[in-house]
Design a protein around this ligand. Structure first.
Ligand code: C2E
Ligand code: MG
Ligand code: MG
Length: 766
């Protein structure tokens, strides 16, 4: 619909009829006064045109309601009929002046023309062309009629009529401009309204505007969606409570508008600061309220559910362990400190530190999935059995921590500890197999043992350590005496781990002398560890520690390689003996390590000896026999070390592929004074002989012992400080080279001993 069409819409149909009917009546009056039939004709013409016009206007109404495609035709008809009526009035006026001298009629003409001209402005101001034509149609015949009247006064009247016509046109023009502007403005407003509406509807935020009576004036689609207001509920100009009722009447399950209403009331009445409120289980909305100057307010609603979910997830990740759902280390400490803060004076609390025994083995053997299953189940069991007020955390790996005060614990802490261990170590079924594992626990009390979390954690960890040492699957309560010894041990462990990692261990070599020719036929490789503070730690101390820490395999492989490498520098016929720990014998593939060392260094197998102890053999005889046979088949010799100190069960001796028996130093120590020792040594050496094993006696410290042995016992080799202490590799080389050039057994010993005592073992032995 164009501008002209819209302007036409404003026409005044009432004025239209009054104007036309008054003209028809005036024409009829003219007839009655003049009795001239011309006026009857004009009146009929006017009536016909008016009827046609009315019909045309009716069809216009129909057009306005329906489509506007025939509007052009309608407009044309309208213009023609209007012009025709104006022309009929014009002709009537002309005839009045031409056919009558009646001044009343003349005035009637002018008045009717004026009335219809005004009517014309109302109806046709929008269409300048049509207006002009109609002015001409009504005006020219009138002017011609007046002129035709012929006197001077008529001429003057014409002079006034003409400008009147022009000013009518001008008025129409102004009116048109005025309407133009109004229309344009209203159009712009409407367009702005449409754009605003579009913007509101496409906003990602919900928007609601209330007037001063808190009646809803604006509600965009997002707000409707957030509040789950069905489309069929009309909200305009309704209060929230009315909308709530309307939704309730539709029997919808969740009425979020009620939640909003409450939140809004709270915010407005109590000036509450909380911006976010929960609108459903999983949906959170942020509400911003702006009070309007004119009263009422504007609400902006933002669905922040996703943000809240992310935040919760981040909090969860930052505070809780993913696998077990327990507090992580940092959050555990925070929670435990909160409990500590709420504890009254004189009230006790306990820190429980526990871990799973041999968890690493389960993990290695059954895989990480099984390990994870155990860890998460333990977490679940702890959560189920302990009160919600307790702080429970996963400290790392398979370590768990618990802190609680005595108020939440209706039994002694140690009893609770036992109960926890029992509960968490219940066997588990996983992939059709039962997982069995133990757990150990240390407990430290507050305030008895300390008040800071750091200290309580440390002390309960020390107590756990002790529980493990005492045989695992135990609860151990911290005692102050523990602290010193354990702290030292832990430090030692840390340093040893570092030393192995940095390969800062050293090998020394102690000669084993052949009784036949006095030569150092074999050198026993003995590991040395110089701690950072220059104190030398005895292998008798650090080897068991390395076994405990799982470092023995690494140390053993290195020792084998290093010993073989050094032996390559010595004259042919000189061998090296390497000690193999019982643990290494059980866990690692010792055969592989021996083979690897020989391969890499190129040492002939018959120049290598392996020293094993009875414990290594007795633990698993079948395994021991198999491994020793493999090694023996390579051509490597095998010695049984420290013979006579263990649970010597002589029955195994003949089953093993042994080459040598090393009789422990303990037998030599009392040799001079104890007849019993002498008898025992005699028996053992005879046994060795009988089994066709070479006999080595270790720990000979003085000449008397040596002479006694040489003269009275069937001994093949001797070893001890009397000949030499363990020497660094370069001195061991000098030692063997010295013997190589000098064949005199008894004379050469003191020289070499001097060398040995002067250069080796100077360091303090811890
Ligand atoms: P072992 O294999 O019986 O070695 C002999 C120990 O006795 C050595 O002590 C040696 O220095 C010491 N010894 C030798 N002659 C005398 C003597 O006349 N008087 C005295 N009082 N002691 C003597 P060390 O080096 O302290 O080694 C102690 C133990 O540590 C060794 O006993 C051996 O079982 C173990 N060991 C040393 N190095 C290694 C190693 O590389 N691997 C393994 N698995 N164990 C090692
Ligand atoms: Mg040995
Ligand atoms: Mg020994």
């Amino acid at each position: 619909m164009d501008q002209e069409q819209q302007l036409a819409h404003y026409e005044d149909h009432v004025a239209f009829f009054y104007g036309k009917i008054s003209a028809i009546i005036a024409s009829l009056i003219t007839y009655f006064l003049t009795e001239n039939l011309v006026f009857i004709g004009i009146t009929i013409a006017m009536i016909v045109i008016m009827v046609a016009d009315v019909r045309n206007i009716r069809s216009h109404k129909a057009l306005m309601e329906g489509n506007s495609s025939d509007f052009e035709t309608w407009s044309r008809h309208y213009a023609v009929l209007s012009t025709a009526f104006m022309l009929a009035i014009g002709i009537w006026s002309f005839c009045c002046f031409a056919l009558s001298d009646d001044t009343f009629l003349h005035l009637l003409c002018v008045a009717t023309t004026m009335g219809n001209l005004l009517n014309l402005i109302c109806r046709n101001f929008a269409n300048d062309r049509s207006l002009t034509i109609q002015i001409v149609a009504i005006g020219i015949p009138l002017i011609l009629g007046v002129l035709n009247y012929g006197d001077f006064r008529s001429m003057i009247l014409c002079g006034f009529l003409l400008p009147l016509f022009f000013s009518i046109r001008d008025i129409s023009q102004r009116l048109r401009n005025l309407f133009d502007n109004v229309l344009k403005q209203s159009q712009e407003k409407e367009e702005f309204g449409i754009q605003l509406n579009e913007a509101l509807e496409s906003m990602s935020h919900g928007l609601m505007m209330f007037d001063e009576d808190m009646r809803l004036r604006v509600l965009n689609a997002t707000a409707r969606h957030i509040l789950a207001i069905p489309k069929e509920v009309d909200c305009y100009s309704r209060k929230l409570s009315d909308i709530v009722r309307a939704i309730e009447m539709k029997k919808l399950p969740i009425n979020r508008v009620r939640i909003l209403e409450r939140a809004l009331t709270r915010r407005l009445q109590h000036r509450s600061q909380g911006k976010i409120f929960q609108i459903s289980d999983r949906q959170h909305v942020e509400l911003s309220i702006k009070l309007r100057d004119t009263g009422g307010c504007v609400l902006v609603l933002e669905d922040v559910s996703q943000r809240i979910t992310y935040q919760e997830r981040i909090n969860q990740l930052a505070r809780f362990d993913d696998l077990t759902g327990l507090c992580n280390r940092a959050y555990f400490i925070q929670r435990a400190e909160e409990i500590l803060d709420t504890m009254g004076r004189g009230q006790k609390g306990a820190m429980f530190f526990f871990d799973l025994d041999d968890f690493k083995r389960v993990n290695d053997m059954l895989g990480h999935e099984a390990g994870d299953y155990i860890l998460s189940t333990v977490g679940e069991r702890l959560t189920n059995m302990l009160p919600k007020t307790a702080a429970i955390g996963r400290y790392g790996g398979d370590e768990y921590v618990l802190f609680m005060n005595e108020e939440d614990c209706d039994e002694p802490f140690e009893v609770l500890g036992q109960r926890i261990l029992k509960e968490i170590t219940q066997p588990l079924e996983y992939n059709n197999q039962m997982l069995r594992y133990g757990a150990s626990m240390g407990i430290a009390l507050c305030p008895d043992h300390g008040m800071s979390m750091e200290r309580l954690l440390k002390l309960s960890d020390l107590a756990l350590y002790e529980a493990k040492n005492a045989g695992k699957n135990l609860v151990h309560l911290f005692s102050p005496e523990l602290e010193n010894s354990l702290t030292e041990k832990i430090e030692l462990e840390e340093e040893l781990t570092l030393a192995v990692k940095n390969q800062s261990l050293e090998l020394h070599f102690q000669p084993i002398i052949s009784m036949e020719d006095g030569r150092p036929q074999v050198f026993e490789a003995l590991t040395r560890w110089n701690r950072s503070d220059a104190v030398q730690v005895s292998p008798a101390l650090f080897i068991p520690l390395a076994e405990e820490l799982g470092l023995i395999r690494e140390i053993g492989e290195w020792t084998l390689y290093e010993a073989c490498r050094r032996c390559m520098d010595w004259p042919a016929g000189t061998s090296v003996a390497v000690n193999v720990s019982a643990v290494q014998f059980q866990v690692g593939s010792i055969t592989e390590a021996v083979r690897h060392a020989l391969d890499v260094t190129g040492l002939e197998p018959n120049r290598l000896e392996i020293e094993i102890t009875e414990t290594a053999v007795l633990n698993d005889m079948v395994h021991a026999i198999r491994v020793l046979e493999e090694i023996s088949e390579m051509g490597v010799r095998i010695s049984l070390d420290d013979f006579g100190t263990g649970y010597s069960s002589l029955s195994y001796l003949h089953k093993l592929p042994l080459d040598k028996l090393k009789i422990d130093k303990a037998f030599v120590d009392d040799l001079e004074n104890s007849a019993r020792s002498r008898t025992l040594l005699k028996g053992i050496t005879a046994l060795g002989r009988a089994l066709e094993l070479k006999v080595v006696v270790e720990g000979i410290e003085n000449e008397n012992q040596f002479i006694l042995l040489r003269d009275q016992y069937p001994v093949d080799y001797v070893q001890g400080y009397f000949f030499s202490k363990a020497l660094p590799a370069d001195l061991a080389l000098q030692y063997v080279e010295g013997f190589h050039h000098d064949n005199n057994f008894n004379e050469s010993i003191p020289d070499q001993q001097d060398l040995a005592s002067s250069r080796s073992e100077d360091a303090k032995v811890a």
